[in-house]
Ligand binder design. Structure first.
Ligand code: PLP
Length: 403
């Protein structure tokens, strides 16, 4: 007989990089999730901005199943139909001319940073290798991406770190003007800082970065791992700003729950990667590409207007919560990437609040100790939003009034 799997097995068998909730979700349908005990949750986390169409979406299911019956993996010594179809769809819908596929956001950013350095070396020489990044940014967990990310807590234990990286205050164009030079090869920025607190870039900031990059021959990289794939109500968040990058990374929601990462590039940059200069065993895997192809089709069909409408509804609901319980000092974000900043007397309580919310049957995220983050399925029903907020209200009632 197989032993019963319990949450204790996590502590027993898993390297403790994470501290997961005390329950184990076992089934999901749309934005609804059930745990081992049959308890019901509304999922406002979307697997951390990943499950673009919720759990068990029939179209994604179908795309995966059809591909499962054909070929799972062939390796990059051969190409495959799903990856070519996905690349064409991404090129047709964005600024990009070419795409490289990998398996995660960190890998996509790693590829972007390597490509920016190689492009600068190819065109301007080895001295042009410095990278400008921003405080509070998050770009992944590889050594290069934690070093470029603007949260020293994620890199400090792993020295010596890659060199030539400067961190500047976000949304501070004057600081970039003061720091940029002919040695700068790339600026990497999230259009909305996600993990670091859901902080949108100001339009002037992104426009100003573009102008500075043009002036100094610097590669502008947008990390759209969290903001991309429809999350903000645009296919990619920068499209709302009217600013184009030279390189862009995508992952998370692109696969709708199936792991995939992508680096999108303008032609001139793409040419700096040649056979052998970069690679991946699983990147461009037919299963992942088939699912992501279905995701892009669905995003391009008719879902983006609904994301903007749901944003308005979420803001109303969060405003009601704050009127009732005086809990948030600011609500930020776009589309269905929303951050609610806890006010001073709730400071540091974000994680504890997610535990209380889960007890009431709602799954929510944090973005640092003082921000509750919401990144549900882009198609979450209004009924599910109502249920979730009724449960969140109950959670706050219990914590504020004790009943
Ligand atoms: N970049 C951003 C903006 C992210 O939010 C994340 C993950 O949260 C990453 C990169 C890393 O992605 P992954 O965890 O898929 O490596």
């Amino acid at each position: 007989m197989t032993a019963k799997t319990t949450r204790d097995d996590f502590d027993r068998y898993m390297i403790p990089c994470f501290s997961p909730a005390k329950f184990i979700p076992i089934k999901g349908e749309g934005s609804q999730v059930w745990d081992q005990q049959g308890k019901h949750y509304i999922d406002l986390a979307g697997g951390i901005a990943v499950n673009s169409f919720g759990h068990n979406d029939p179209d994604l299911h179908n795309a995966l199943q059809q591909q499962m019956n054909k070929i799972w993996h062939i390796g990059n010594g051969y190409t495959n139909e799903p990856v070519l179809n996905l690349a064409r769809k991404l090129v047709d819908s964005t600024f990009a001319d070419k795409v490289f596929f990998c398996n995660s956001g960190a890998e996509a950013n790693e590829a972007a940073l390597k490509l920016a350095r190689k492009y600068a070396r190819d065109h301007y020489g080895p001295e042009k290798n410095e990278i400008i990044a921003f405080n509070h940014a998050f770009h992944g967990r590889t050594l290069f991406t934690v070093s470029v990310g603007g949260q020293p807590k994620y890199s400090k234990d792993y020295a010596p770190l890659p060199q030539g990286i400067t961190h500047l205050p976000f949304n501070d164009l004057a600081a970039v003007k003061a720091a940029i030079s002919t040695k700068t090869c790339a600026i990497i920025v999230e259009p909305i800082i996600g993990e670091g607190g859901v902080i949108p870039a100001s339009p002037d900031f992104l426009l100003g970065l573009r102008a500075l990059c043009d002036e100094y021959n610097v590669t502008l990289i947008f990390d759209e791992v969290q903001t991309g794939a429809g999350r903000t109500g645009y296919l990619y968040a920068h499209q709302a700003y009217g600013v184009e990058p030279d390189l862009m990374t995508s992952a998370k929601g692109l696969g709708g729950g199936f792991p995939i990462g992508a680096l999108l590039a303008k032609q001139a940059w793409a040419e700096s990667f040649q056979p052998g200069t970069h690679g991946s065993t699983f990147g461009g895997n037919p299963l992942a590409a088939a699912v992501a192809g279905a995701v892009v089709d669905k995003l391009n069909a008719d879902c983006l207007a609904g994301v903007k409408q749901r944003h308005t509804y979420f803001i109303e609901k969060l405003s009601q919560l704050t009127q009732q319980f005086d809990v948030f000092s600011e609500i930020r974000g776009q589309g269905l990437l929303i951050g609610a900043q806890l006010n001073a007397h709730w400071a540091g309580q974000a994680k504890a609040l997610t535990t209380l919310a889960a007890e009431q049957g709602v799954i929510v995220l944090i973005a640092g100790p003082d921000v509750l983050r919401f990144a549900p399925a882009l198609t979450i029903s209004y009924e599910d939003i109502d249920i979730a907020f009724a449960r969140l209200t109950r959670a706050f009632e219990l914590v504020v009034h004790g009943a």
